[in-house]
Design a protein around this ligand. Structure first.
Ligand code: MF3
Ligand code: CO
Ligand code: CO
Length: 248
């Protein structure tokens, strides 16, 4: 069953997701060569708490931090630490928070200084795939229209879609039904209805779609060590179309 939210519940989700959008504005200037991912994480936690919200990931299934910081071949769930960003890296920053019993969840991949044209192309495609997917989140549509849009945009650019991880419903829990794969067939899956709130995530790889998990039990890396990019928005399905909640 896919939970649906009232206008008032969606207003709460808008509030917490807007804080996350503001967090990205706040930390973007810090994403430069030399900073550690632990420093970014500390700043993010302070910002979230200063806005009356709480980090959603910290303590979730034992996850130790506020952010996931996923550098280069890391797809998702990179744990912040003493590693310093270097010129030419790409870093996916994923963050969740809870306020007034509702969750927000969003991710952006950033370039550190100048990156290669190939890295830029991967990032641009993963971001475009997210917006193409969001366009499909309309009442009367089908869930896997969203997945098919991600797959079409990514594969037509020559990239691959991660299969082992998915987007998800979100609301009173960080992860609700349904699961939202990055691949799927248009015209299939559950009907989309007004009031559904979804965290749509694109996880796009330069090379193979296969994933490997590092011995820390969290860090998911590409099977071939090539780059990966991750973007995510929390959105609401409304009668006026998709509404992005995790934006300014
Ligand atoms: N960032 C993931 C998502 O977007 C959830 C992270 S779970 C954590 O759904 F434990 F790693 F934080
Ligand atoms: Co996320
Ligand atoms: Co998510």
């Amino acid at each position: 069953m896919i939970p649906r939210k009232s206008k008032q519940e969606i207003a709460h989700m808008r509030e917490v997701n807007r804080i996350l959008a503001e967090l990205f504005v706040h930390i973007e200037p810090m994403i430069r060569p030399g900073i550690t991912t632990a420093e970014l994480d500390q700043e993010a936690e302070l910002f979230i708490r200063s806005r009356g919200a709480k980090p959603a990931f910290k303590g979730y299934r034992g996850y130790p931090a506020t952010l996931c910081t996923s550098i280069n071949e890391v797809i998702i769930h990179g744990i912040p630490g003493e590693r310093r960003l270097a010129e030419g890296d790409i870093i996916g920053i994923d963050v969740g928070a809870i306020k007034n019993d509702f969750y927000g969840d969003t991710a952006v991949t950033y370039a550190v200084g100048e990156v290669t044209p190939a890295a830029r192309s991967l990032m641009d495609t993963a971001r475009q795939a997210l917006y193409d997917a969001i366009d499909q989140a309309v009442p009367g549509g089908r869930l896997y229209d969203i997945s098919a849009a991600i797959q079409a945009t990514a594969e037509s650019a020559g990239f691959s879609c991660v299969r082992e991880f998915v987007g998800h419903g979100i609301g009173k829990a960080l992860h609700e039904d349904p699961q939202i794969p990055n691949v799927g067939r248009k015209g299939t899956g559950p009907r989309l209805e007004e009031g559904m709130t979804l965290a749509i995530e694109t996880m796009i790889n330069q090379g193979v779609w296969r994933v490997r998990i590092l011995p820390d039990g969290w860090t998911a890396v590409t099977g071939d060590g090539k780059l990966s990019a991750h973007y995510e928005h929390t959105i609401a399905v409304t009668k006026d179309g998709p509404q992005i909640l995790s934006t300014l």
